[in-house]
Design a protein around this ligand. Structure first.
Ligand code: DAO
Ligand code: DAO
Length: 199
């Protein structure tokens, strides 16, 4: 197949494989509305999963579960996944990232019924030093590693790791949960997950 895929609304190009073994399952767009009047394209994203881990973990469920149920299993399984963000909004400040994160991830943590949300959110956002710059074109990867460790990299550099099943789950929920940022992307991911298991 091709080496990369282009997100049509932003023109952002995503590699089909990252970290050697993680396959692209789907791409989408994160928009944010400002005061309900207009909305901005904040970043394009790609969702990747380790093919061998996926097959090992979910292989015997293929053909028994729907694509949506397979995706649900993937959310809860101990399988490596990466959400790759490619920033398209040129005026992102660390402060607005922190605020958006507290909104979006905070609401998911709450929905999933975790305790100590404040502490957890703070542990995550305290990784982002005010001097970091995230201009248009920046690449941020949020990875769930085995053992439910959330690892963040900016431009390939490690920013920090946090072991928390709730935090991993909440972040994945933004992209492939019930009310995802991009519904079409979620459906594409479900379809491609099923075909990864089929081959
Ligand atoms: O400039 O006030 C503004 C709008 C900023 C919107 C920021 C949305 C941030 C979304 C999270 C980005 C994560 C990398
Ligand atoms: O889009 O609302 C959202 C949440 C995105 C998760 C953002 C994590 C951002 C990590 C950025 C580090 C910047 C220094």
């Amino acid at each position: 197949g091709p080496a990369s895929v282009v997100e049509s609304k932003t023109g952002e190009s995503f590699p089909c494989v990252i970290s050697g073994t993680r396959r692209l399952l789907g791409i989408g767009l994160r928009r944010k509305s400002l005061l309900g009047l207009k909305s901005i394209d904040v970043y394009a994203f790609g969702v990747y999963a380790d093919k061998d881990e996926v097959r090992k973990s979910l292989g015997d469920k293929y053909g028994k579960l729907s694509a949506a149920d397979l995706k649900q299993e993937l959310l809860d399984a101990d399988v490596s996944l990466t959400i790759r963000l490619q920033i398209v909004y040129g005026k992102l400040s660390i402060r607005s990232v922190r605020n958006a994160f507290e909104d979006s991830v905070g609401s998911r943590l709450q929905k999933l019924g975790g305790t100590d949300n404040k502490e957890l959110l703070q542990r995550f956002t305290s990784q982002f030093k005010d001097e970091y710059k995230i201009p248009r074109g920046s690449v941020i990867e949020l990875s769930r590693e085995r053992g439910h460790v959330l690892r963040t990299t900016i431009e390939g550099k490690d920013v920090g790791s946090i072991e928390s099943k709730a935090l991993c789950r909440s972040i994945l929920d933004l992209y492939i949960g019930e009310e995802p940022f991009d519904k079409q992307a979620k459906e594409e991911i479900e379809t491609n997950l099923a075909s990864l298991l089929q081959k």
